[in-house]
Design a protein around this ligand. Sequence first.
Ligand SMILES: Nc1ncnc2c1ncn2[C@@H]1O[C@H](COP(=O)(O)OP(=O)(O)OP(=O)(O)O)[C@@H](O)[C@H]1O
Length: 595
Amino acid sequence: MNAPAPNSAQTSLLPSRPLAFLWFYVRKRPWHFGGLLLLICGAAFSAVAVQYGMKLLVDAMAGERDSADVWTPLTLFLGLIVLENLFWRVGGWLGCRCIVASCMDLRVDLFRHLTGHPMRYFNEHFAGSLGSRISAVGKAAEVVYASMTWRIMPPVVDFFGALVVLLTVDWRMALALVVFVSLIASLVTLFGVRGRMRHQLYAAQAARVGGELVDAVSNVWTIKAFAARERESLRLAREIGHEAQAHRSSWMYLERMRFLHDMCLAVMAGGMLVWAILRWRQGLATPGDVVLVSALTFRILHGSRELALALVESTQQLGAIADTLRIINQPHALDDASIHLEHGAGRIDFEDVGYRYPDRRQVFEHFALHIPAGQKVGIVGTSGAGKSTLISLLQRLDDVQSGRILIDGQDIRSVSQDSLRERIAVVPQETALFNRSIRENIRYGRPQASDEEVEVAARHAYCDTFIRELPQGYDTLVGERGVMLSGGQRQRLGIARAFLKDAPILILDEATSALDTHSELEIQAALNDLVLGRTVLAVAHRLSTLSGFDRIVVLSHGRIAEDGPPQELRSRSGGVFGGLWRLQADSFGQGGEPV
Ligand SMILES: Nc1ncnc2c1ncn2[C@@H]1O[C@H](COP(=O)(O)OP(=O)(O)OP(=O)(O)O)[C@@H](O)[C@H]1O
């Protein structure tokens, strides 16, 4: 009964090439970026005109001392300086607004895209470093936008402005400038393209070191427990050593380019100055022309160095952006439909399901399980039987490769992932908490819930008392991943979240394991309330927690070995569940009930 699965990979919405990616955000603010372009062009043209103003002033001063009008060129000169600065400042204000906003947007978009990947993506990648990669893209994008605006655009506009001005002095000088700048531009481009791999390698290695650091710091307990500080430092030193090598290679490449450019600048600017002076000696140029030619040539050739450096730096940053886009901006492996899961009572059907993890053996093959709405099912089985996989497939953390999973008759692949997960509450073995207040953590179950509803849920989950004893009560911060609370307290907050979410389907994934008896009793009482009126799938190793359930499903190697009410399975002679039950009861010395 295999329905055609909408399993094709979803195409990425963000452009995958770095320049196209940055352009995407420019197009989101066309007026801002358009205005910025105009202001920068205005400023650069004014800067060239300032040089022309200087020529007029020098020529006026070179004339007859008594009759020369120096005030008009001086006013023009000063006026142009004021205008240029005005353009730069307004450009700075506008650039600040649109560049910062674009870097904010692109990080949020990358985060949104990242969180749309299935869980297996996070297992396969250095999950800890993905967040810092997004921050790094924000910084790199800012460098590229700012370089384009203040270091690449102005010299280009300067060049065309200078060309026009030089044409008024001597067309051959203008031609010489074109030849010089083309030569330098070709050299820079050649260098830029050839150096790209070095910059990309450096970016990848820097991200790798970031990932290693995150991994090591988050495992600091293990490092201490195994007296491994020295080992870990050596390992990090090795990784940082590779990064330093890549960094040096990228940096030295830049230095070589700087040197080459300096040589070109000295020869070309010097040559132009000598040429202008020779023309002045022949009476073909005024002193003002000499000042103009030398000032413009130095400005353009010097600007071309800034341009060259900015281009190389931008190439480096584009390399870093490309590296992150390659990892994060992959198409989502799971389709997301726009249709919402219709509200129903919570019936679950696994139909002929086949599933395997990549490069691993088959976990489920032709697996079928039908759970009527409101039924409470305990899932039992040895380690590796497929219990966790079964519940992650129900939440669609990954897609089945054959067959289908239905909730209230709807294939979970045909509805939006959010609408599916809104209908399922999960209490996992270890409740993950954000380093936010207790109130916010509970409210995660239903963001629109009022403070009162949060507190009612907390009372149902037996956590209101301990919360009120904390220094800031419901406003107490819980520390990273909730480290400032005990395991049992975290678990009760997880249950409070599930109460608040009030979903028709409840998954309990070993929710009472790893707890002391007192905590377990309280949590069991909370769970007994929570399961009322819901369809429940509970994975449990402590079988006593399932004694009040309607049905037990025993999994073995991805197949159902036993299926029936707990009492019936307990009394079945030679049965797996009965055997496990007796084993647990004996190991706790109670004879009858395992605890
Ligand atoms: N992320 C993964 N990548 C590859 N294989 C996996 C992954 N998670 C689980 N497996 C494999 O799938 C099989 C079923 O694992 P699963 O975690 O579902 O078993 P389980 O019954 O929940 O075990 P346990 O009681 O120990 O948690 C095992 O063979 C396991 O090695």
